[in-house]
Write a protein that binds this ligand. Structure first.
Ligand code: SF4
Ligand code: FES
Length: 374
């Protein structure tokens, strides 16, 4: 499982809020800062209010996952934002309309101030989700986090088989530690309500291991059938999300729910990105929370405005009826595979470069993983 939050699947209660603001109706249903508004700048570029904030508290991590989607150049510990700055950012995020904060990394448990950070997010009125490898979070810390207002815990598990899970994570004993924390977490939460089965997405470090991680079409079909069977078996008791490897898809995913439309990421050093891999696109200018408010960055920073709306699109996206559904796919994938961030995501069967995806999916190997080490 890829432990990253997948913002391509909007899940916040605000997703049900109509896109045209109806404050007279909604004020009774949601807290004031949950009322999701947008501002129309032109017919092609609408600035929505974001729903989710991915707070990458640190890039430090005890695991060495070969599929890590964090950037190749990681932020150093000395450059990480301090507690007070994170708390300010959470307040600004809530003011902007954000509902959920995903406390992630690296391994967020590497931050000694994780409890204070969580308390700050909770005090800002955000729904708090901790995304953790569970290595480095003790039961005592988990209790303190629950006291601080932590709402949800998401534990990444690399395989259901312990040996294989440890092999993928590059850390002996990782699986046992995840099981131990999961048992305690479940006891606290009185049962998990959602499971996400996520295939690797090929960005950042994962590109180095693409051939070793790439499944065959038959494997993908088997996995998809297994997920459907599990959904039917556990219907009504547990929600199962599935993120499929899009190299075998017919259409691309609506990555991050549309660029600069639903979510934002803050890196450990304070840069604000439209998606976690945005730094892989060369030439974009990112602003930092040390110099700008989150509202200013969301509305005015060059990176967020680069691919808003549809004016930037080329054919076939520019005239495609799906352009407001999938937003032309993933900008980072388009750039990684074509060198042009305005190109149609090549996983789309209508893309001029689509044949390249099939060529890459056919390259599979049993080569050892290239682990990520800090
Ligand atoms: Fe989506 Fe563009 Fe493909 Fe149409 S052509 S389905 S908008 S990626
Ligand atoms: Fe899809 Fe960046 S990862 S737009």
């Amino acid at each position: 499982m890829d432990g990253k939050w997948n913002p391509g699947l909007p899940r916040a209660p605000g997703d049900q809020v109509p896109q045209v603001a109806r404050p007279d109706v909604q004020r009774h249903a949601w807290p004031q800062h949950w009322i999701n508004r947008h501002v129309a700048l032109s017919s092609s570029a609408i600035v929505h209010k974001p729903l989710g904030l991915l707070a990458e508290l640190t890039h430090r991590c005890p695991l060495g996952c070969p599929y890590c989607s964090n950037p190749l150049a990681l932020d150093a510990r000395a450059d990480e934002l301090d507690t007070a700055t994170w708390v300010r950012v959470f307040g600004e995020a809530a003011g902007l309309g954000v509902l959920q904060v995903h406390l992630s990394g690296g391994e967020p448990g590497a931050r000694r101030d994780l409890v204070d950070i969580t308390a700050g997010a909770h005090a800002a009125g955000l729904y708090t989700n901790l995304i953790t490898s569970a290595v480095g979070i003790t039961s005592k810390t988990l209790g303190a986090l629950a006291e601080a207002g932590l709402d949800h815990v998401q534990i990444s598990i690399q395989d259901s088989d312990a040996l294989s899970a440890d092999h993928i994570a590059g850390y002996d004993g990782a699986f046992a530690r995840k099981r131990a924390l999961a048992a305690e977490d479940l006891a606290l939460a009185l049962g998990a309500s959602r499971v996400e089965i996520a295939h690797v997405q090929y960005y950042g470090w994962a590109l180095k291991n693409r051939a070793a991680l790439m499944p065959s079409r038959e494997q993908v079909e088997r996995a998809t059938a297994a997920v459907e069977e599990l959904r039917a078996r556990h219907h009504g008791r547990i929600v199962i999300d599935a993120v499929v490897p899009d190299y075998y898809a017919r259409y691309p995913k609506p990555c991050v729910g549309g660029w600069g439309r639903r979510s934002l990421n803050v890196t450990p050093a304070g840069k604000v990105l439209p998606c976690h891999a945005a730094e892989s696109i060369t030439g974009l200018e990112f602003w930092n929370v040390r110099e700008h408010t989150l509202a200013d960055i969301w509305a005015n920073s060059p990176a967020f405005n680069a691919f808003r709306g549809s004016a930037w699109m080329k054919q076939p996206c520019a005239s495609c009826p799906r352009r407001e559904l999938d937003f032309g796919g993933c900008r980072c994938q388009a750039f990684a595979l074509t060198g042009d961030a305005t190109a149609t995501d090549p996983v789309c069967h209508l893309a001029p470069d689509h044949a390249r995806v099939a060529e890459l999916a056919a390259v599979r190997s049993d080569a050892p993983y290239v682990y990520r080490r800090m």
